[in-house]
Each structure stands twice: as structure tokens, then as C-alpha cells.
Design a binder for this molecule. Sequence first.
Ligand code: ADP
Ligand code: MG
Ligand code: ZN
Length: 623
Amino acid sequence: MKRPWGWGLLGGALLVMVVVSLTLPRGNANEMTLTDFAASVRGGQVQSANITFQNGTALISGQLQDAQPYRTRTLVSDPLIELGSLQARGVTVAYAAPSRLSVFGVLSVLLTLALIVGLVILLMRSRQNPGTDAAGAFGKSKAAVIAEGQIKLNFTDVAGCDEAKQDLQEVVDFLRQPEKYHQLGARIPHGVLLVGPPGSGKTLLAKAVAGEAKVPYFSISGSDFVEMFVGVGAARVRDLFEQARKSAPCIVFIDEIDAVGRKRGVSMQGGNDEREQTLNQLLVEMDGFSSGQEVIILAATNRPDVLDAALLRPGRFDRQVVVDAPDVRGREHILRIHARKKPLDVSVDLGVIARRTAGMVGADLENLLNEAALQAARQGRNRITGRDVDEARDRVLMGPERRSLVVREADRKVTAYHEVGHALAAQLLPHADKAHKLTIVPRGRSLGSALYTPEDRMHHTTTALLDRICVALAGHAAEQVATGQVTTGAANDFQQATGIARRMVTEWGMSEVGQLALAQESSAYLGYGPQQGVYSDHTAQQIDHELGRILNGQFERAVQLLTEHVHVLHRLTDELMARESLSGEDVQTVLAGGSLPALELPGASPVAADDPAAAGGLKPGPA
Ligand code: ADP
Ligand code: MG
Ligand code: ZN
């Protein structure tokens, strides 16, 4: 808001003008020198004289014989102004008491005060953030509000995260027709956490939900809550939710929630109190919704791991929606969206660009097209050509940030074998959790991942546990079966497999060591640290022996399984290389000998292998 400053300046200028005009000496024209005055008195030209004594001077004013006013001053001790000598010249003399509080003096003091007070207020305002109206209104929430119907975005403006859109469709439905859900007594999650790498479209998606549902949208960033003054953040939260409740149904979007939602009591810095209070207030507000209030809180973060557990409890952010980096199809879609308003030459093939930009997220792709448009404009062309895009891509990739994410072709291939190994083993083993998605889109420090749908089980049978170990080792096994050698990328898998095996032996009595509770309760439960021996060396040897037997056995089993299905392994890997991600059904289809729907990528050319930008990059092994 610029207004307070404008008014302040205007007021200040007026004050200065008034003060200056008051300070200017008045009646200058009638000022007489003492010599002239003495001469006038001697000449009998002075009619009257009013004398005021002030700090050792005598101020004299009065009228001359021709009725002209005059004023002058002299020393108190001046014999000229003695009553006798003046009266002798026919001057009417009056003595006046000095007026201490002249109107002028009072005014100038008042005005100076007003000026100072005004300046202080101005200063205080300028130190506050815009949007707060008075010195006392620190607590007003800083949320940006977009009224319903004002958001033109909808789900068609977001691409490459279809699963996330599906998950959020429910929220949209609920906001549109809450009665349907209330009738059934359904409790809709109040808090949905959008999790994903920066630039993957979380903020965009939140807005699109509001656009789809046609409800008001309050958005605020987590860092806006965290202020210098204790209590301000909490007051902001209270204020925000009060406003939101008034405009329900609506959406409250808290961007970068990790700024407030970090685990409590772990930070080294001071100023923790403020953050904790803010977080506590947020929790209180989230619990305070009655079931009839359709306020849905979306929050975004790329660090779900640092969030306080209390935030993730049921009734709060108990729903997580993953907004991942897009795969090749997603990237093509995103490029289409952002190419809508850009004139493209026929030489631009978005499908090919999509293939060559593995690892880029939506924000990168938007930036890529923008760079291309700038490039074209610089060259004075009115259409964007394929060359422009290529050059823009190089420029974007050479930039320091994404370097590590562009993966060499050979690495992609090994990663693909590895992930397919996991998924295929999971599919083939009757008691293993099936993979529902596998991908070689790099994320974080891993080059790929396989996600499983765990079945809810209270008890695990020995067979099921062995199957799980086998699946965990199958990534490593697939590398060996397909390429004859293995990489360093399976460290996590080994940890997981060893963890299960160790607990089988030491906690669950599932080995030849026998039915002994051998692990120490706490460390076994937390799953870390070497379990300190509460058993004899002989037992320790036995345990190690059993572990080796289980792990090696399951690795051999995985190798055998994958060797039997090596054709499927190759076919799935090729598909994964082309599509970058596969669903559980895709795996089933290929395993059953079927083929996947054709991937529409016209003019597909080989992906840039050995890209110079990637050569210096960080290359962690497949996970
Ligand atoms: P995040 O909040 O996840 O960091 P943003 O939503 O702020 O990312 O994305 C920044 C910009 O990148 C968006 O405004 C949009 O133009 C573009 N963008 C990102 N992801 C997508 C996507 N999935 N589809 C379309 N555009 C996207
Ligand atoms: Mg964002
Ligand atoms: Zn693995």
C-alpha cells in the first residue's frame, strides 16, 4: 500500500509551509533604526510608545505623528526611553508586561511536536509490512485472497501428475457438493499435503483445485508466519483461519509449510519459541473445525521428512499427494500447455524435446520454452524453431542446478534393469507386495524407484518375509542377469534385506538358532545400531551364519527367477526406457505376453546419449 506514505509526505509539506510562514518576521517594513527613533523623538514626531522589557532589551512600538506604526528596540538601560525624557517630547508612554506565551510561540511548539509525532508514526509504518494498517495490527494475516470465480486455472493447465490430480479430484468434489458427503457422514480430510520436488507444480495444482471447485482461495507462505516478534505468527494463523471460516467453503493454501512445520525442538537457532507457537496455533486451528465447515487446507513442501509428526496425524495433514517430476509423456503434455501461446515452427517436435529433457520438472520446461522464445526474438524471427529450443535446452542444462539430473544413457539402462528386477520379482512371487509403479525419472539422489502397495498384515509368515527379501535383492540380481556385472546402487536394498533377515533370526525365532528373543528391545525396534550381545559368542556366530544363509539363498532365488523370465526382463526394460515409468498393470500385461498401448512420440530420435552436460554430473547408482 503506497497511500500512508503519500499522505504523510503531503502532511509533512503542509506543516513545513505553516511553520516557515509563522517564523518569518512580520512587520519588517515598520522596523526603525535606533538612531532614526532617537531623531524622531527629538524632532517631536513620535506620538506614542509601548515599551516591553524582555531579557535586557526593550521592545518599543507605537505610532508616529502621521499615524505610521513603527517598531524598534534598545537596551533596558538606555536613557532615551526614560519616562521623563519621552514625555518631555510629547510622547504618550505605556509599559507592557512581556507576554511569555505568545500565540506564535505556542503554535510553533505545537507544530514541531505534531511534526515529530507524525514522523515517528510514518517510521513505524514503513517498518511494518504492507497490508497492515495501524501500528497495533501486526497480527493481521498476510494471506492473498482470490475470490471465487476469479481463478481461471483448472486441471487442464497442469500436466504430468495424473495421480495427484486424481487424488485431488475428491477434494474438488467435496467442495462442490458437500451435502453428498455429509449425508453419508463421511469425514473428508481437512488437510492435504502436496509433496514433490521444487517446480513440479504444487502451487499450480493448489490453485487449480480452487479453480475447479470455484471457491475462494487463501494463499500464504509458511515463511510469512515466522516473524521477529513472538506471538505474531500465531496471531496471523488465528486471523487467517477466522477469515477462512467466514468464507467457507474455501481453500487455504500454505506454501512451503516446512518453514513453520519443522520438527519441534531440533533446531539449533534461537527464535524457536515463535515458530513453535505458530505451529501450535496451526494445530489448534486444524483441530477446531467442526464437521460442517468446508475449509480444506492444502500445504506444499519438498521436505516432508522434516515435518513435525503432530502435523501429519489423523485429522490434520493426514493425506499426502505426491507431485512427482514428470515422465516423458507428462513432459510432452506440459510442453504442449506452455507452447499454447507461442508460435512454433514445424521444425519443433515437442515429443522429441520431451525425450531429451529427462529429469526436468514443469518449471524447467516452461523456462526452456521461454528461453527458446527469447532466442528467437533476439534473432528477429517470428517463430520458434527447433534450433532455438535445442540451444535453450543446452543453456538451461549447462546451468548449475539441474546438471546432476541429466542421466547418461548407460546409467539409465542399468537403473531400468534394476527397477524392473524388483517389480518383476514382486509380480512373480506369490506372497510379495506388488509394485504399483516403477520409474527411472531421477528424484533426489536416486536414479529410479519402484513403489509397492503394501498389504496390511498383522502377522508375516516366514514365506512372505523370504519373498520380501527376494524382491529387495532382485534389483541387484537383475543387473547381474542382464549385464553380467553389478553396480554400487543396491546398498539400500541390502540394508533392507539384512534388516528383515536379522529380525527373523533374532526376534521372530524363524531360523535354526531357535526361539530366542535375542535382540535388545530398543535397538531392534528402532532398527539401527549393532545389537549388543546379550548372547554368547557362539550364538553370535550362529546368527551370522543364518543371516548369510537366508540372504544368499534369496539372492540365488532371485537370479534364478529372473533368468527364467529373462525375455520379460528385457522387454520390460525396453518399455521402461521408452516410457520412463510403468504401472503395475503394465508389468502384468507384459508378463502375460501382451503389448502396451503404443507410445505416441512422432519422429522419436535416440535420446542424447553421453550428453556433455551430464558428463560432469553426479552419478549415484540406481536405488
Ligand atoms: P512448485 O510449487 O511445485 O515449486 P510451481 O507450481 O510454482 O512449482 O511451478 C512453477 C511454474 O512451472 C508454474 O507456474 C507452471 O507454469 C510451471 N509448471 C510446473 N509444473 C507444471 C505442470 N505439472 N504442468 C504445467 N505447468 C507446470
Ligand atoms: Mg511452490
Ligand atoms: Zn533397488
